[in-house]
Structure formats: structure tokens, C-alpha cells
Design a protein around this ligand. Sequence first.
Ligand SMILES: NC(=O)c1ccc[n+]([C@@H]2O[C@H](COP(=O)([O-])OP(=O)(O)OC[C@H]3O[C@@H](n4cnc5c(N)ncnc54)[C@H](O)[C@@H]3O)[C@@H](O)[C@H]2O)c1
Length: 350
Amino acid sequence: MRKVHVNLGKNSYDIIVENEILAKAGEHIHCAGGKIFVVSDTNVAPLYANTLIDSLNKAGYECELYLIKAGELSKNIQSICPMYEAMLSFGLTRKDLVIALGGGVVGDLTGFVASTYLRGVDFVQIPTSLLAQVDSSVGGKVAVDLAQGKNLVGSFFQPKAVLIDTAVLATLPDSFYIDGMAEVIKYGCILDKDLFEKLDSIKDRASFMEQAEAIIANCCQLKANIVERDELDKGDRMLLNFGHTYGHAVEKYFNFERVSHGVAVGIGMSVVTHLSEKAGLTAIGSAARLDKILTQYGLDTHIEADQDEIIANMANDKKNLGKELVIVLISEIGKSFLYPTTSEFFRECK
Ligand SMILES: NC(=O)c1ccc[n+]([C@@H]2O[C@H](COP(=O)([O-])OP(=O)(O)OC[C@H]3O[C@@H](n4cnc5c(N)ncnc54)[C@H](O)[C@@H]3O)[C@@H](O)[C@H]2O)c1
């Protein structure tokens, strides 16, 4: 068992990482009112909801399970009204609790609903995808999508606790494991050379699983350190966007269909590091090391696409064609900095 404390004054909480913690979740949860509204999705609930609810019942809590259809389309403003209504029918009060059991979609949606229901009710994250365990469940960003774009309505709302059961990763499809690994590799690149080297030495998913508890806790600690310095995303927290500026433009170029977020971030990290190395801003050899590890984990380093259109996407996205764009670069593996430039920085990439 590993514990990471996120120190945010009255919003502080613990992240507990432990193999098979799900079956003991009731021991780690505090809910004065006694009622718990559990939200999960149609893939995760059949696998894990019973284990969680049995443990909560054993601890004396009354539970209601609410299901959303698996997938990003459910993280939508339209999903929230039926959730509020189900919470009211269950008689959930401000003394009660909401639990998100699932990937980033369930976590973001449930967190947003919890932040607004009765002006805010406590919630706990039990992330089940690798991405949610190392990234989205930590830091309190919760949101839903609008037709115009992702995460356009949201808030900062910290959970009361995050319980991470590494055993549930056994059922995560490979494509989502690979997606999550892009964020794990990102932490190594921007903040922790030792983590990068540890990842480099891992040969397959089975070996990763043997070290999952330590690696996931390490990632949560790195994110917690950044969130403690910049809870509201006005400074250092931007470092977490390494690879995301170019990556997001690639996702948009392919209409958010052909390229997954993790794959796009991998390509973004590689492209920006090749360019910054060429510009003398990054230690020589960093891009080659990054490409090797991305490939090792089944991620891509580049993609055939019209670069002019991708650059236009980047510029339009930030509404700052020709104006300043702050990107994240690494000076070497494990060290990162914010670099004000324009989308023209990416002009030379092929
Ligand atoms: N809040 C933040 O700080 C933050 C950060 C990064 C990403 N996000 C958001 O996270 C979302 C993506 O998260 P995601 O990749 O977890 O997507 P997801 O929630 O859609 O989960 C991926 C898929 O894996 C399935 N799944 C999850 N856990 C499983 C398990 N243990 N076994 C079997 N199947 C399982 C899900 O049902 C889904 O089909 C996006 O909406 C993104 O915007 C938020």
C-alpha cells in the first residue's frame, strides 16, 4: 500500500494505491449521512460494482448504483440532469457521498455533478483506467463536454479521497493501457529522469503490472506536487501539457476519430522535442531516447498529415494566430520549462 497526500489546505486529501483495495473500500470511506451514490459505466460496472457495493454495505452504507454508457459521448451536458434527478430520488443530502468508479469519463462527469448538486456534495474517485489512475482522478479538474468542444463546462472540485486499485488494470483493453502509458512517459520526461529510466527498462505489460503500485503512486506524487503549487492552473500546472499542444491539433485534424488522445500526446511530445533539440533548447539525444520509449510502449512518434493545417489548428485553437503560444519543452529528460513562442515554432516539422 502506498499513500500520497495532496496538501491543499482545507481541500487536502489522500490518494491510496493498493492492489485489491476495492474490496476494502468501505474501510477507507467516511460518509456522515450514510447514503452513497455510486456512478460507473456499462463496461466497468459489470466487472467491479458488486465488489465495491458489497464492501460499502458491509461498512453500513446504503448505496445506489447509477450507470452511464461507456465512452466520451456520455461526458456530455445532457447526461447531468438525469443524474441530479436520480440523486434526488435516492434522497441524497449534503451529508452524503458520491463515488466515481470508472475511467476519466466517469470521473470528470461525476465530479462535475458532485460539485454542483446542492452546491456541492463530497465525492471520492475510484479510477479504473491507467489514464484516470495517473492523471484525471488527481487534481480536482472536473468537466463535461459541449457540442462545441471538450471540457467547456467544469470546475475545480477536489475529491475527499482517491482509491486506486491496480488489480483492475488487468481487464483494461490494450489500447487504453497504451493511451495511459503516454501520460506516464510524459511524467518521466517533464519531471523525473529516474521514472523515465525505470520505464525504459520495462519490456512488457506484465512487467509493468509487477511495478504498477510504485509507478502509479510515483505519478500521483508528481502530479500532486504540481497541483499543490498551482491548484487553479495558472502557472506550473501547464507543464503537464507537454506534447498536448501539437497532440491536440493532430486529434482535431483527424476529427477526434482516428487518433486517440494518448497516441496524439506521444506524437506531440516527439515532434516538439525534435524541434527544440534542433533549436538548441534541449540536450542532444533526448528526442531519440523519447522515440525509443514511445515505440517500446506501442505509441507513435509521427503521423502523415498536412502540417500547414495542423499549424493552423494550433493557432486557431488558442485564437492567437501569429501571437504568443506558451508550449512546454524539456531541457533534458526529467526537466521541463514553459516556452513562449508562436505556432510558427512547428513550421519546420515534417
Ligand atoms: N480531469 C482531468 O484532469 C483529466 C485529465 C486527463 C484526461 N481527462 C479526461 O479523461 C477522459 C479519458 O479518460 P479514459 O481514457 O479513462 O477514458 P474512459 O473513461 O472512456 O475509459 C476508457 C475505456 O476503458 C473502459 N475501462 C475503464 N476501466 C476499465 C477496466 N478496469 N477494465 C475494463 N475496462 C475499463 C471504459 O469503460 C472505457 O471504455 C477524457 O474525457 C479526458 O478529457 C481528464
